[in-house]
Write a protein that binds this ligand. Structure first.
Ligand SMILES: O=C(O)CCC(=O)C(=O)O
Ligand SMILES: [Fe+2]
Length: 348
């Protein structure tokens, strides 16, 4: 299928122009100044662009797999809604989550493919998938997931060192051989130019440790800590967008920032196009208790001691339970309140 040529991201809309660009190849090579730039991005607002990660050539096949799946009749896709009790899921229809406390519905359709299922295929660990997914499991999805896992392991190692944790500590909480809710997601927001749909995917923080996001059209907006204006993150060719999720905020005692974001319909002339995005979510194993690793790191212990409210950095639950709490609140009208974002109010 020939690639669609989209209109450029428009001028004159509010954009974050101070997002750092991190060169992954330099991070991997141990370049200290690049590592410092990553650390600043992750601790100041938890979002950054990343280049040279080597995963680019997996993106188009992933989008094709997503397109083939989203084209299936809704009735067929709804057979794969599995896990609707809050322990992850395969398919989410548009309009099944709320974007605010007034009960406005979202317009984002999701296809999630669990890392565990990808790595154990054809053995089923959690879910079964539509044929469009199975057909691409080994050729398309597995290489994409493996590339993302490798990048995330390197980033976790950087954070591990910077936090002064014992060697390999963060990666041990994200093992390949224990069940987790790590997943690849394809998101579709159908074009509805001129409609009154405002927010496509409600304000939220991501649940897990790290998110690796591929955007083509505008729509992603981030609320930077301490600011009140939502601004777009402009998609840039060759750049993915990375962000920290709640799990790392808990584990680091608030040093690493899980920042609030949402998805709006693409701005201005881009609004006539369906918006496709791709995310890989790296998350601790399901059984990991989300609380500060203060006993393993004097830096985390210090940050915690200095915090006004130490309890906010202890989720009191495991990764799996945290996922269920946030997932279910996103599906309960009246629970989607901005004041609850940091404490599990929103769906990611
Ligand atoms: O589509 C995007 O740009 C972001 C999606 C997102 O935030 C999510 O799925 O958690
Ligand atoms: Fe998100």
């Amino acid at each position: 299928m020939p690639a669609v040529v989209y209109p450029p991201f428009p001028e004159g809309v509010p954009v974050h122009d101070s997002l750092s660009t991190i060169d992954y190849a330099r991070i991997k090579a141990g370049d200290e100044s690049e590592i410092q730039a990553l650390w600043e991005a992750a601790t100041q607002w938890g979002f950054w662009y990343m280049t040279n990660h080597g995963a680019d050539h997996f993106f188009e096949p992933m989008f094709e797999m997503g397109r083939e799946t989203m084209l299936l009749p809704l009735e067929e896709k709804m057979k794969y809604r599995q896990g609707d009790t809050g322990d992850s899921f395969v398919y989410k229809a548009a309009g099944s989550a709320y974007t605010d406390a007034k009960g406005s519905k979202d317009s984002a359709e999701f296809l999630n493919v669990s890392k565990d299922d990808v790595l154990s295929y054809p053995r089923v660990t959690h879910f079964i998938y539509p044929q469009t997914v199975n057909a691409r499991m080994e050729t398309t999805i597995k290489p994409f997931v493996e590339a993302c896992v490798e990048v995330n392991k390197v980033i976790l190692n950087v954070f591990n060192k910077k936090l002064g944790l014992p060697e390999g500590c963060l990666n041990k909480l994200h093992p390949d051989n224990e069940e987790s809710i790590c997943e690849a997601r394809c998101v579709k927001v159908s074009a509805s130019p001129g409609s009154s749909q405002s927010v496509a995917l409600g304000a939220h923080t991501d649940f897990g440790s790290l998110s690796f996001l591929v955007n083509k059209l505008g729509g992603l907006q981030v609320l930077r800590p301490g600011e009140t204006e939502w601004k777009y993150v402009k998609p840039l060719p060759g750049h993915v967008i990375c962000n920290v999720g709640d799990a790392l905020t808990f584990l680091s005692g608030g040093i690493l920032k899980s920042c609030i974001h949402r998805v709006m319909p693409p701005p201005l002339e881009q609004a006539q196009y369906d918006r496709w995005s791709l995310v890989y979510f790296h998350r601790p194993a399901n059984s990991i208790r989300l609380k500060p690793l203060a006993e393993d790191s004097p830096l985390i212990a210090e940050a915690l001691a200095a915090a006004e409210d130490q309890s906010q950095f202890d989720a009191m639950v495991t990764m799996k339970e945290w996922y269920a709490i946030k997932y279910n609140r996103g599906r309960t009208s009246g629970e989607n309140d901005m004041s609850k974002v940091g404490k599990g109010g929103m769906i990611a």
